[in-house]
Design a protein around this ligand. Structure first.
Ligand code: ZN
Ligand code: ZN
Length: 367
């Protein structure tokens, strides 16, 4: 019999392997060009305040595609950090404690709050950590999760026992949808979700689950519209059509109470303001690639709209809400369309680039 609480006891109880190898496979952005390399690299040592995590599932995000393609944003943002292990939407088990940690027991499955904040600036001290003045992002400013192991500040680890690794991993983007949706009341509201990528699809499901009265969804791609219908939208529209007129007609001329703009497309941003009822609210989460010109007087001020910029997640209010939704039975599983071992990363990025996938998950422990 092993000592209670010992590494051997935890390993036996959780049937996880707490032996840590010297090296691991990791997907590394090594050179300032498109692509990435699967390399054998040292397993990192957890520093003060950090835990070591054996990764189980890592989902791909648009940010990862920017880095993989090495587009101008990635060049400007990551150029000085290469080589860098990227990836951030993760789940795995804590397998070692760095100095000063131990609050999250060994063997615990965790997800990551991917905003690495300083906890000390004005924003952090006033409950707005998601806009920390010294914000760093996992997998961008620090080595990330496309690997067999990674280090994470223990304060950023969100215990996720009871969830499968892939659902635990997508809590991070789901948190974006939760934050955007619940920034004001949603129950009984009519809602339009513009853009049905994974976060938009999650928003559709959340609105439906949380008792929105009508959930409209728009996208340019037919298979995404099909997914939106499956996730609970009761009116799905082709974003290239006159969606403002259709939504106004469907709402008896008033427009919707709430718009969740998830696409970042300039046309959709204009549609968002036009389809919102006077006195309604717009949550903007999609990132336009260029500056967008809005007539503030007519689009927002005279119509009394409330507009929210949404970034990240509230620590930890959003995570508690996300966990509650999942615990109470909200099923976001259908949004995950592909699961591949880490070695098949190139296929995974192709799927993402083609826009044919929902969430794509890489499994670092699968050969
Ligand atoms: Zn992400
Ligand atoms: Zn801060």
């Amino acid at each position: 019999m092993s000592e209670p609480g010992s590494v051997a006891a935890i390993a036996a109880a959780t049937s996880i392997d707490l032996r840590i190898p010297k090296t691991m496979r990791a997907l590394v952005k090594a050179r300032p060009e498109a692509g990435a390399e699967l390399r054998e690299v040292p397993v990192p040592h957890p520093g003060p305040g950090e835990v070591l995590i054996r990764l189980e599932a890592v989902s791909l995000c648009g940010t990862d595609l920017h880095i993989y393609r090495w587009d101008p944003w990635a060049q400007g943002r990551l150029g000085k950090y290469l080589p860098r292990i990227f990836g951030h939407e993760m789940a795995g088990r804590v397998v070692a404690h760095g100095p000063g940690t131990g609050a999250v027991p060994l063997g615990t499955r965790v997800a990551a709050e991917t905003h690495l904040v300083d906890w000390t600036c004005y924003q952090c001290r006033t409950g707005r950590e998601y806009v920390c003045a010294n914000l760093r992002i996992l997998g961008v400013d620090a080595d990330g999760a496309f690997a067999e192991y990674m280090c994470l500040p223990e304060r950023n680890a969100w215990p996720s026992e009871g969830l499968t690794p892939e659902i635990a991993a997508i809590q991070e983007p789901m948190g974006n949808a939760v934050f955007a949706t619940f920034v004001e009341e949603i129950t009984t509201a009519s809602v339009a979700v513009l853009g049905c990528g994974p976060i938009g699809l999650m928003a559709v499901a959340i609105c439906r689950f949380a008792g929105a009265s009508r959930v409209f969804a728009t996208d340019v791609m037919p298979h995404r519209r099909d997914m939106a219908a499956r996730m609970g939208s009761d009116c799905v529209l082709d974003a290239t059509g006159d969606v403002v007129a259709e939504i106004r007609r469907e709402t008896g001329g008033t427009g919707v109470d709430v718009v969740l703009e998830m696409s970042g497309a300039e046309a959709a941003i204009h549609q968002a303001f036009e389809m919102t009822t006077n006195g309604g609210r717009v949550s903007l989460l999609g990132l336009p690639s260029r500056p967008v010109t809005i007539d503030l007087s007519d689009a927002i001020i005279f119509r009394g709209l409330r507009v929210y910029g949404i970034t990240g997640r509230e620590l930890w209010r959003t995570w508690y809400k996300t966990a509650a939704l999942l615990r109470e039975g909200l099923d976001v599983g259908p949004i995950i369309t592909h699961r591949l071992p880490l070695s098949r990363y190139a296929e995974a990025f192709d799927l993402l680039a083609q826009g044919v996938a929902g969430k794509v998950v890489l499994l670092p422990q699968e050969a």
